[in-house]
Design a protein. Structure first.
Length: 539
């Protein structure tokens, strides 16, 4: 690791480089899903028991253009990662993406269409690299290559790839071990699952029953529910549910790879209720891997080997905000009106979750323009303020609101203010230091807040900042603590005025102190210790 330089410009450069390296590493391995267009199939597929003589492929390579929109595939709105207010106008804020299962089904269909008379036998070595967002039309080309008889490799550049083998007759069904370990006393109804555990909308909600939860897996009943890929997506949901119910850390995980999916029936015949058994085979800090078996009417329909999920750094607070942003927040109320947010996350994906759940399109565009080492400070301070505003609205107006429904801007001197049709006369202030931030909101009255680390100050600091009267007040007190309290009070008062300190901190003199309260020009400032900080705000 590069040694840290004491010079702030060099350190900022090093921080930027480290952030970019982390982002590149995560993007290359990240958790995401890549789409495919619905390819119309010939009128009706023959039953598995009847196979036409397959025709040889015409060429060793082939291509297929993909074009997916919400207009042509409206069910994809139910595979949106983000919950926003009902009727929200900006579809991009909902993040509709094509599920991984739709990807590999469509890749398989493309290969199948190249050799009439065949059906999909296996889909192998599935890898996805990033989400395929359809808020705007998605258009790509699938490139295919035959690697052997009835064996194709298909690739969507930068998004996904897989291999497909085709069959021209029935294949034998193996005997499978379906053990899920010792049973656990855990139950969930479908309503509870889709309220608290899954982001999916109606046409991708297909878990109809959780039959048993074990130490090594889960058994349930699932169905396809209208969206393309929804049946196998629900198999993945069931495995994801087991991780949420049994893990204590990094419980949220998204699929990135599958080693092998073998179909013993017709891949296209997905009607009815399937018994789904998910069995964990490997678990480490980065990945959770399982084998999954789907049975219908007691017969194995498909067996999935090596379904791999990437575990995300998403704790309970972040997931609760994701699932129910109306009623949850990331910040902690450490004093009445005062909200503290700790920068607890290290992975790019976690910050992406926060950005998309808290900030509207204008705010996100502003965030993109910031230097890498400024982005997190900007986010943490505004998360704290948004939580303070939402709390105030709920307490004073009985108004619950999503964080994305109002915007924070700053005037020419940097004073933050709100934009919405329901935050009139709410005043706000914010501060950040290192990995933490505080925010405050108040009706009908200006407010200022600041935070600083408690630490010893140099003699030059005393000469620059404090008047003789203040030095007398400080005499005999713990200097690290009380010089910090005085400085925080001055900063909070400057923010209360909306002007800042104007480069002259002595002009804002602490007149008196009582316990942890200080007064400047008859304005009372409350100060508290929190962790290793002094936090102060005007009353």
């Amino acid at each position: 690791m590069t040694a840290k330089s004491g010079h702030p410009l060099v350190q900022a450069f090093q921080d930027n480089v480290n952030d970019m390296i982390r982002m590149q590493e995560e993007v290359l391995t990240l958790f995401q899903n890549r789409p495919e267009i619905t390819i119309p199939r010939p009128a009706q597929v023959a039953p598995v028991a009847q196979y036409a003589a397959p025709q040889a492929p015409r060429s060793t390579t082939f291509t297929k253009d993909l074009y997916v929109t919400l207009e042509s595939h409206p069910y994809l709105i139910d595979h949106s990662l983000l919950r926003q207010p009902k009727g929200w106008a900006h579809v991009a804020d909902m993040e509709p993406v094509i599920p991984m299962t739709m990807i590999f089904e469509q890749l398989a269909e493309i290969a199948e269409a190249e050799i009439p008379g065949t059906l999909v036998h296996k889909i192998m070595n599935v890898s996805v690299f990033q989400w395929m967002n359809v808020a705007q039309p998605f258009e790509k080309t699938v490139k295919g290559q035959w690697r052997g008889e009835n064996h194709a490799y298909l690739d969507i550049e930068n998004f996904a790839n897989a291999e497909v083998t085709l069959k021209s007759g029935p294949v034998p069904t193996p005997t499978l071990n379906l053990s899920i370990g010792d049973l656990l006393p855990i139950e969930r109804t479908p309503e509870e699952i889709y309220d608290a555990h899954m982001f999916h909308g109606d046409q991708y909600q297909g878990i109809t029953e959780v039959s048993a939860v074990g130490t090594k897996g889960i058994i349930g009943k699932i169905k396809g529910n209208g969206g393309k890929g929804s049946l196998l997506d629900n198999a993945g949901q069931l495995f994801g549910l087991w991780l949420q119910l049994t893990l204590v850390k990094d419980r949220i995980a998204f699929p990135v790879k599958i080693r092998d999916i073998e179909f013993f029936g017709d891949m296209h015949d997905q009607e009815g209720i399937f018994e789904c058994t998910c069995m964990q085979t490997e678990l480490n800090d980065e990945f959770a891997i399982a084998n999954i078996v789907l049975k219908r009417d007691g017969k194995v329909w498909c067996a999935i080997t090596g379904w791999q999920n990437r575990r995300l750094e998403i704790d309970a607070a972040l997931w609760n905000v994701s699932m129910s942003p109306l009623h949850n927040r990331l910040s902690e109320e450490i004093a009445p009106e005062v909200f503290f947010f700790h920068q607890a996350y290290t992975r790019v994906a976690s910050w992406d979750f926060i950005l998309k759940r808290y900030f509207n399109q204008t705010e996100k565009q502003h965030h993109q323009q910031l230097l890498p080492n400024k982005k997190k400070n900007w986010m943490v301070s505004r998360v704290a303020v948004k939580d303070a505003v939402r709390n105030l609205l709920r307490q004073e107006k009985n108004h619950a609101c999503f964080p994305i429904t109002f915007e924070i801007r700053s005037d020419e001197v940097g004073k933050p203010y709100l934009i919405s049709d329901f935050t009139e006369d709410i005043h706000i202030s914010l501060a950040h230091k290192g990995k933490e931030a505080v925010g405050i909101a108040r009706y009908g009255k200006s407010v200022g807040i600041d935070m600083e680390l408690m630490e010893e100050r140099s003699e030059g600091f005393y000469d620059l900042v404090f008047t003789d009267h203040e030095l007398a007040l400080l005499k005999g007190k713990d200097q690290a603590e009380w010089t910090t309290r005085f400085w925080v009070a001055k900063e909070a008062y400057g923010k209360f005025l909306g002007t800042g300190l104007k480069g002259n901190p002595k002009a804002f003199e602490v007149e008196q102190i009582k316990d942890d309260h200080l007064w400047i020009n008859n304005i009372e400032i409350k100060t508290i210790k929190h962790k290793n900080y002094i936090i102060g705000w005007t009353l």
